[in-house]
Design a protein around this ligand. Structure first.
Ligand SMILES: Nc1ncnc2c1ncn2[C@@H]1O[C@H](COP(=O)(O)OP(=O)(O)OP(=O)(O)O)[C@@H](O)[C@H]1O
Length: 574
């Protein structure tokens, strides 16, 4: 972590040099008044204070106060603004990482955990880059200034007077470590709570439908009770620090006064020096306490940095990107292709072989869990490849730049993804700089025009987070319109019409047939009527192709496809 902070400092050397210089000036301005007071008291006790000296000393005090205010403002703003910059840098780096990752990466982290790494952990690092550096520069600087001055007055008194302060540092360090464990537990508990809230919010309808509200509320209550317990423990630790500091300072004062009186009587020290020693010790309490704090801030930041680093360094295990650009889709071939998910024991695809040419429509059907989505995910390069060959235009898919393949594809996933934006903006995401005319055309193709007319603000109608205010079928058709506006060379619908009724589905399929005559379409579906027009239909079962052919050929074979088709036709007629 220190390397990361150091690298950040080195990127802004002048800024940090300024902060360091201003902090040294600030430390000096804090020590100066004590020296003035010492001289004034000594002059007063010796009764030789002149008017001129008095004005000079008062002038120095005023100047020190002014310098202290100005320098304090300057270093505070610069240092803490830079710490915010450091945090944003880390967050930007994490964010760039997140958006560059494929699905396999997201399978490794829970959403709440990722949010915590992004927010709380980044804030702990900001604290180290701000408060931590402040301790080093300000606290360290003050100690370096004050201790030599104290020792110059009387090294014996100084040594004794500082003993309670050393105990104070040990106390803060020792209990700080214990507190740190509670802070870490607290962090984990917050992450787990975040996860729970995210999951509950995402699945709120299911929660309601199954009447699990009370149970979840109770579970939430338990989590918060644990947070309260941890919060109480942390508060107990923090509450002990104040009284112990006061007690130790009291002890130092007693030592200074006791020994001071002794040395004063022996004529080794002046009254002004005793008072100065006392003021110096008071000024040392804060930096000493801060030093102990530094250990805690450092440890917390190290843990947080490890968490963020894990996020940044965890890979999606994808193979290195290829060099070739793929600008035109010609053929897609799977040859003896098998695939197992990274952590899975069983293969989800086994010995898959087929070829699809530009302009064709491919239907992929089969029981639930048969491997249909998995097959699509291989083409989308969401996971590292399996064994066998996956060729694009007869070239291994690995040889291509992934981004160049992405721009050929339009993908409508099973779980529709909508953003908290108006309907039109959600659709426009499919094509950069799309015009309203194009959006309306995509809406018509997705058979969404009449729904849009019913919406109060048309294309400007806002969609709530994750599109909660509209129906499942509407969400699917908005996602579909987003893919239509892209007009991709290969359109992939992964069970993307499951929430629309059979009649609407027929309209959409007809639109696709008409609009995409010379383009390639892949349709994964449970409703077999949606692939009636396909050039090739694959029936998957347990990751294998068990039937293949044109729909009429499959019907003639009398296998799973034919039986399923008849069953669906019969239930539609009912
Ligand atoms: N991320 C994953 N990690 C491990 N196994 C997975 C993962 N995703 C899917 N599987 C497994 O792979 C198999 C095929 O799943 P897949 O989602 O491809 O089926 P499907 O045919 O699309 O099903 P459905 O019609 O229900 O969507 C299933 O056994 C599933 O449990």
């Amino acid at each position: 972590m220190l390397t990361a902070v150091w690298r950040y400092l080195m990127r802004h050397p002048w800024r940090y040099l300024l902060i360091a210089v201003v902090l040294v000036i600030y430390d000096f301005s804090l020590v100066l008044p004590t020296q003035v007071i010492q001289r004034l008291i000594d002059a007063l006790t010796k009764a030789n204070l002149t008017r001129m000296q008095l004005w000079n000393e008062v002038g120095l005090l005023v100047a020190a106060t002014l310098v202290s205010y100005l320098s304090s403002y300057l270093w505070n703003t610069r240092l803490f603004q830079s710490a915010i910059g450091f945090k944003f840098d880390l967050q930007a780096k994490s964010f760039r990482k997140l958006i560059s990752m494929r699905q396999a990466f997201y399978d490794k982290f829970r959403s709440g955990d990722m949010v915590t790494r992004f927010s709380s952990d980044a804030e702990y690092l900001e604290e180290f880059a701000g408060y931590g550096l402040m301790i080093v520069l300000y606290g360290g600087g003050l100690i370096a200034f004050v201790i030599p001055v104290m020792f110059a007055i009387s090294w014996q008194i100084s040594l004794w007077a500082m003993t309670p302060l050393l105990f104070l540092v040990w106390f803060f360090w020792y209990f700080g470590k214990k507190q740190d464990q509670s802070i870490e537990d607290n962090r984990e508990a917050v992450a787990s709570l975040n996860n729970e809230v995210l999951e509950v919010v995402e699945g709120i309808r299911v929660t309601r439908a199954y009447g699990r509200k009370a149970e979840l509320a109770q579970q939430f209550h338990k989590h918060t009770e644990r947070l309260v317990d941890l919060g109480n423990t942390i508060t107990r630790f923090q509450s002990a620090y104040g009284p112990v500091s006061t007690a130790m300072l009291g002890l130092s004062t007693a030592i200074i006064l006791g020994l001071g009186a002794h040395y004063l009587l022996a004529g080794h020290i002046t009254l002004g020096q005793i008072i100065a020693l006392q003021l110096y010790v008071v000024s040392l309490v804060e930096p000493f306490v801060m030093l102990a704090d530094l250990i805690i801030v450092y440890q917390t930041a190290t843990t947080s940095y490890r968490k963020i680093e894990e996020l940044i360094e965890t890979s999606d295990d994808m193979e290195p990107d290829g060099l070739l650009q793929c600008s035109e889709f010609e053929t897609l071939s799977f040859k003896d292709y098998s695939f197992a998910y990274p952590m899975a024991e069983r293969s989800s695809l086994q010995e898959i072989s087929f070829e699809l040419s530009a302009g064709q429509t491919l239907g992929i059907v089969g029981k639930t869990g048969a491997g249909k989505t998995t097959l699509i995910r291989q083409l989308l390069r969401q996971y590292p490849l399996g064994s066998g060959q996956l060729l694009l235009n007869q070239v291994p898919i690995l040889d291509y730049q992934r981004a160049s393949i992405d721009q050929l594809l339009g993908y409508v996933p099973q779980e529709h993804v909508l953003f908290s934006k108006p309907v039109g903006a959600n659709i426009a995401l499919g094509k950069v700089g799309s015009q309203e005319e194009e959006i309306r055309r995509a809406v018509a193709l997705a058979s969404f025009s009449s729904d849009l007319e019913q919406m109060s603000a048309g294309l400007e109608t806002p969609i709530g987070e994750r599109g909660v205010s509209i129906s499942g079928g509407q969400k699917q058709r908005i996602s579909l319109a987003r893919a239509f506006i892209k007009d991709p060379q290969v359109l992939i619908l992964d069970d993307a019409l499951s929430a629309v009724d059979a009649r609407t589905e027929r309209v959409i399929i007809k639109n696709i047939q008409e609009e995409r005559q010379d383009k390639t379409t892949i349709i994964v579906t449970h409703r077999l009527s949606a692939v009636n027009h396909a050039d090739l239909v694959l029936v998957l079962d347990e990751g294998r192709i068990v039937e293949r052919g044109r729909p009429d050929e499959l019907l003639a074979q009398g296998g799973w496809y034919a039986q399923q088709y008849d069953r669906q036709q019969a239930s539609e007629e009912e």
